[in-house]
Design a protein around this ligand. Structure first.
Ligand code: SGN
Ligand code: CA
Length: 527
């Protein structure tokens, strides 16, 4: 689609302010217009089902809800490739994986010489920082300050790579530490005369969902009904049947669910013991005090079949929620800090995740698939003064849109090779007529952990068409209105032939627009 025209007046104001800032240094305080700051909070694997502003069935997230209540909630927010590293590359570059070349977590190293939005923000006088998870293999570039965890990072007493390439260990729980680091940078390390972009990228709520000891007792009295499609038989969906991310079959009793057993020796048990070994004696005591009675009770009951499946689901939900609790509390700390410092009026605060996640839907944990729960990602924003938009925004948006949004807000030019579209018109309350009508998705990490086959596809407001390829050649079509849980593959049914033909045409156009060398062939349909 065509890029929505930026509002020239607005951009000009920002640009003038930023330019005068750079050239006038301390005189900035006299300036009438404050340049906008960006605080971009991103968590890992936090799905919209587990945020009360999106879904009231499970957890209360008062601080995240505060962002949505005081700002906007995107109801149709999606990623381009539902996996950590690729998502991060998409948001940094504003381009799909085929253009930024970071396809998967296992084989790629981010080419940090390429254009990213933090680099472009620096050029217009912004100070940029990232703390927390990076997960792109090469070291961060384009940041005035960074401190990141190696790879996935650890929940307890985690290591950090510092800017002079040292590895240091910090004491405490990761979500608190990352937030401390972010506040410390805003308070003590940044140049107060420059606008800033701070990226607070949490390790939480990534597998294996280790809660902070102070939250271990939460949610123990809660239990939840299994999702309606928990015992999905994957009829008509070969790729879904081939995955290895089932709560029943693949979720590990020790590593994922913490039910330590002395006489077992597995790779995942060793991994869990390594995590426990990082704890100090007080942390370990609190951990054992909580888990020992749960473990004893579990092994005494010797649950089987559906009872065991239900037990696993309840423990998964509770561990995940306890990990979200720290996250929500720490987002509250950031909001309180910005309020206390009088920064709320000139700061855009974004909250999102690197992708969605399955909370038992289709019987799964993890992500990767183009199905709704993992293609979606939560996106709420608290807007700076002057942006009157509140409530829900229902246009189709994707994580490639963040980069152009931040650039436009900063008054920087949006380079023509950026594939995302600035969300600024939506934030200003406009409803652009030419807004995109369809999203493109492409997942590559296969063969790999969880065995989700390679696939690409198109999602419109109503339909989703997916092509699983590589060692399989299967198409799936869903009518999201009639079948929001994506249980009934309509591909191949006579009455959908016209719809499929049209979707394939649109899909090919998107592949051409984004210059994806992997293309569907329409030749058979044309015959
Ligand atoms: C780890 C996890 C996987 C997860 C990937 C990718 N296994 O490998 O379950 O899918 O990360 O997640 S674990 O045994 O190490 O916990 S991502 O969010 O970083 O892409
Ligand atoms: Ca993730």
């Amino acid at each position: 689609m065509e890029r929505v025209n930026p509002n020239f007046c607005y951009s000009l104001v920002s640009l003038v302010t930023v330019t005068s800032l750079v050239s006038c240094g301390n005189q900035q305080k006299k300036s009438q217009t404050s340049p906008l700051n960006i605080v971009y909070i991103m968590t890992d694997d936090h799905t919209a089902q587990m945020m009360s502003c999106y879904d009231s069935r499970y957890i209360e997230t008062p601080n995240l809800d505060r962002l949505a209540t005081e700002g906007v909630r995107f109801t149709q927010s999606f990623v381009a490739n539902s996996l950590s590293g690729p998502s991060r590359a998409c948001m940094l570059t504003g381009k799909h994986s085929c253009a930024n070349k970071f396809y998967d977590n296992t084989t790629c190293v981010f080419d940090s010489s390429q254009q990213t939005f933090p680099k472009l923000l620096q050029k217009v006088g912004y100070q940029t920082a990232i703390v927390g998870k990076w997960h792109l293999e090469s070291l961060p570039s384009g940041f005035d300050y960074w401190e990141v965890v190696p790879g996935q990072g650890d929940y307890y007493n985690p290591d950090f790579i510092t800017q002079n390439n040292d590895t240091i260990q910090k004491h405490g729980y990761i979500t608190n530490i990352i937030t401390d680091d972010a506040i410390d940078w805003m308070e003590n390390k940044r140049d107060p005369n420059k606008p800033f972009c701070l990226m607070i990228h949490h390790k939480a709520i990534h597998r294996n969902w280790l809660a902070d000891t102070c939250n271990l007792s939460y949610y123990e009295d809660k239990s939840f009904p299994l999702p309606k499609n928990f015992f999905d038989d994957y009829d008509g969906r070969l790729a879904a049947a081939a995955q290895e991310m089932s709560i029943v079959k693949d979720m590990d009793m020790i590593y994922d669910l913490k039910m330590l057993q002395p006489d077992k020796n597995t790779r995942l048990k060793a991994l869990y013991e390594k995590q426990l070994a990082r704890m100090d004696s007080a942390q370990r005591k609190a951990w054992d005090d909580f888990y020992t009675p749960v473990i004893n009770d579990f092994y005494k009951r010797n649950l089987q079949g559906e009872e065991l499946a239900n037990w696993k689901f309840q423990r998964y939900m509770r561990d995940y929620m306890k990990t979200v609790k720290s996250l929500d509390d720490n987002v509250g700390r950031i909001l309180d800090y910005l309020k206390e410092k009088g920064l709320l009026d000139n700061t855009l605060i974004v909250y999102t995740s690197d992708q969605g996640f399955y909370m038992g839907e289709h019987g799964w944990f993890d992500k990767r698939f183009m199905y709704e729960e993992s293609m979606r990602t939560p996106l709420v924003m608290r807007l700076p003064k002057g942006f009157a938009r509140r409530g829900d925004i229902s246009e189709l948006v994707q994580n490639i849109d963040y980069a152009p949004t931040f650039l436009e807000l900063a008054g920087a030019e949006i380079p023509s090779d950026i594939q995302g579209v600035s969300l600024v018109p939506l934030l200003k309350g406009e409803s652009p007529k030419n807004w995109r009508k369809a999203l493109y998705y492409h997942f590559y990490e296969y063969p790999a952990e969880h065995m989700v086959k390679r696939h690409y596809g198109i999602r419109t407001e109503r339909y989703k068409l997916i092509h699983f390829y590589n060692d399989i050649d299967c198409w799936e079509l869903y009518d999201l209105q009639a079948d929001p849980m994506e249980m009934c593959n309509l591909y191949g049914q006579k009455e959908y032939e016209v719809i499929v033909k049209d979707l394939k045409k649109q899909l090919l156009e998107l592949q051409e627009q984004y210059n994806d060398p992997v293309r569907l062939s329409l030749s058979r349909d044309r015959e």
